[in-house]
Design a protein around this ligand. Structure first.
Ligand code: GUN
Ligand code: ZN
Length: 436
């Protein structure tokens, strides 16, 4: 039986971090490239002719001038917020209380959790996203639902139970002890199973007591190979609230640091209004922050310092569904570009693509498995049509070079640009696009 598949087209590869060295030295597009898939993994990447000659039995899927790239990695999402994405008129704390918490309360119903988990993963796949790092709700069944839905798709997934023992409705509140116990049981059930990673998940300092943060810090020290995800310094009002709730803390990060929740596998969402000490400490321990640009504009949070943060630490890119206004990492790259422009930096298309794939994967400590087209990596692939709408086609027809065409799709594209998706070496999108 033939188990080799050769994808041919324009192929995106990385040879370094384009924020640490000139992008031209790190990000490459090969016009007549090929990616050989075998047994769910990438077996080889190179010139299409050479791969064809060396693997004559391989079935070829020819994508012409479409761009074959790694599947997108969305490093910070809340899958339970799928149904309330794009809700009007609130800033962070009001938005949580008005829209988010009432919706999350519904996830005590396992059927509802399962329905939304499946719907969410279908939506992300149709947008070319093959891995997400998601918060669940405080209900353990919501955690099982997203891990089960991902496993059914063969998808790589990071997720965890959102822990909150204060400043949240009764239906969402746990305790320090139950958060520890439930997280421990879920971690034992899912962490390292197939393609799953567990992330210990205190929502953010205002919704946890110091006792709960302590308990989760203790759990992390027992399982240092798990990730820990939370939020930090998203809005100015939130930071003032944290100062009131934790009067002894030096800053926001210290509310985590003092309770064992600062470490190299820590993934801190937003990180907009940061103090120099916080940045130094995150950099020192090798932690990651996640840029959520559509969310930061949509909820009115502020302008993330992409140039400053990438110079100091690992940075992932994320939609932050449903604080973010889109499921699309294309839209997210466009927003990241616009915010960087407002801060005086023009980020290159190659840097944006790296951030949305390899950068996000590295922020989740998965950079050796996903986020790049390289031999040995898992076969998670997105194929982009660089002329997916009349508006984009007329622009890309005038492109000076391939990067000019790619940039137009990053700025103007959406799920219509996603021509095909492969998950762990299996084609997922062929029916919607039978003519590729
Ligand atoms: N801070 C605490 N919880 C949340 C959330 O659900 N979304 C966003 N954007 N920020 C948060
Ligand atoms: Zn979030």
């Amino acid at each position: 039986m033939n188990t080799k598949t050769l994808l041919t087209g324009q192929v995106l590869t990385f040879s370094g971090d384009p924020f640490a060295a000139p992008w031209q030295d790190c990000v490459h597009i090969s016009a007549q490239g090929g990616v050989l898939l075998e047994g769910g993994h990438i077996a080889a990447v190179g010139a299409a002719d050479a791969l064809r000659a060396a693997h004559q039995g391989a079935a070829e899927v020819a994508y012409g001038d479409k761009l074959i790239m790694p599947g997108f990695v969305d490093a910070h999402v809340h899958y339970p917020q799928t149904g309330i994405i794009a809700s009007w008129g609130k800033r962070l704390i009001d938005w949580l209380n008005t829209y988010t918490f009432p919706e999350e309360t519904r996830f005590d119903d396992p059927d509802y959790a399962q329905d939304i988990a499946r719907r969410y993963l279908d939506l992300t796949l149709s947008h070319g996203t093959t891995t997400v790092c998601s918060y669940a709700t405080s209900h353990p069944t919501s955690v099982d639902a997203i891990f089960q839905a991902a496993a059914a798709n063969g998808q790589r997934i990071v997720a965890g139970k959102t822990c909150m023992d204060r400043n949240a409705p009764v239906g969402l509140r746990d305790t320090a002890q139950s958060a520890y116990d439930d997280s421990k049981a879920l971690l034992a059930r899912w962490h390292g199973q197939a393609r799953a990673t567990y992330a210990i998940t205190p929502r953010f300092s205002p919704t946890s007591t110091p006792e709960q943060l302590d308990a989760l810090g203790a759990l992390w020290s027992e399982h240092p190979d798990a990730l820990m995800q939370t939020h930090i310094s998203e809005q100015v009002d939130e930071i003032a609230w944290v100062k009131d709730l934790y009067p002894g803390a030096r800053d926001y990060l210290d509310t985590y640091e003092a309770h064992g929740l600062l470490g190299p596998r820590g993934v801190y969402g937003h990180a907009i209004h940061m103090q120099p000490r916080e940045i130094d400490r995150l950099a020192e321990v090798g932690a990651a922050v996640v840029h959520c640009p559509t969310s930061n504009t949509f909820i009115g949070s502020g302008l993330f310092d992409l140039a400053g943060m990438t110079a100091r630490m690992r940075v992932g890119l994320a939609t932050d569904t449903g604080g973010g206004s889109s499921f699309s990492m294309l839209r997210t790259m466009a927003a990241a570009y616009e915010i960087a422009q407002l801060r005086g930096t023009a980020v290159h298309a190659g840097q944006l693509l790296w951030l949305a794939t390899a950068g996000s994967a590295q922020s989740l400590h998965l950079g050796d498995k996903i986020g790049a087209l390289a031999a040995g990596h898992e076969g998670d692939i997105c194929v982009l049509d660089l002329a997916s709408t009349p508006a984009i086609a007329q622009r890309s027809s005038r492109a000076r070079d391939v990067w000019d065409a790619v940039f137009a799709t990053l700025m103007m594209g959406d799920d219509r640009a996603v021509a095909d998706v492969w998950v762990h070496g299996r084609r997922r999108n062929a029916q919607e696009h039978p003519n590729v």
